[in-house]
Design a protein. Structure first.
Length: 225
């Protein structure tokens, strides 16, 4: 299937999920994850109408960012090593993987723009997953006030791959509740409005549970080339 056909199917699923829970599909941002594919294919994704591109490794991110001269937002969705920050931070429009104070400190030092960031949370508690534990998040976000170049716009999580629907739902709704409690505080450095959750295999459920940003790779571009 072509990227256009895939996008058509995804858009339809988004509409159906929104309809089931009375949400407006315009609230959902699709981030096209191009880590599996070539620069050419990434351009195809953008030309199909995707205005947000996600990459999880620095090399791939920079390669595409520098070869594609199209008007899109660039999302960094993978683990970011502190020592790499200076090489990449100016090119990041949105960061989805803020998970430690030392990273915020380094970002704050290496850029003079404000980087809209999602705090990555390990809701499932799986040891293989990156991110803060749920009970660490509120304190962490308070601390972020000291780093004015980091603005907390939301929370992000990755759910385990082979989880059943009920467990996925509880992971996503947990993140939503946490987002709600932070948002209620009206912190100027952390408006925390958004939820980056849902990938190819679970985005419908994530949307039903409140996702605003879904990160879609395989369903959009096919598996690794
Ligand atoms: C690869 C990746 C995705 C997309 O995964 P698919 O299952 O291919 O849709 C989403 N988020 C992150 C952080 C990723 O690394």
């Amino acid at each position: 299937m072509t990227v256009e056909q895939n996008l058509h199917n995804i858009t339809q699923e988004i509409e159906e999920a929104c309809e089931r829970v009375n949400r407006d599909p315009n609230e959902i941002t699709i981030i096209g994850v191009t880590k599996y594919v070539t620069i050419e294919k990434a351009k195809e994704v953008i030309n199909a109408g995707i205005g947000n591109i996600g990459e999880n490794r620095m090399e791939g991110f920079l390669e595409k960012r520098h070869s594609i001269d199209l008007d899109v937002n660039w999302h960094f969705i993978g683990t970011l090593q502190s020592r790499k920050v200076k090489e990449v931070i100016q090119d990041i429009d949105f960061l989805h993987s803020l998970d430690r104070t030392s990273l915020a400190k380094e970002i704050n030092k290496r850029t003079n723009k404000v980087v809209p960031s999602f705090v990555q949370v390990n809701v499932s508690g799986e040891s293989s997953k990156h991110g803060l534990q749920v009970d660490e998040v509120e304190d962490f976000i308070q601390k972020m006030e000291s780093y004015p170049n980091v603005k907390i716009i939301g929370l992000m999580t990755m759910a385990p791959h082979d989880e059943d629907e009920e467990s996925l739902r509880s992971i996503f709704s947990r993140l939503r509740e946490l987002r709600d409690s932070i948002k209620e505080k009206n912190l100027s450095h952390a408006p925390c409005e958004f939820l980056s959750m849902g990938m190819s295999n679970d985005y419908s459920i994530a949307i039903e549970e409140g996702a605003t940003h879904i990160r879609i790779g395989t369903s959009l571009v096919g598996a690794k080339e």
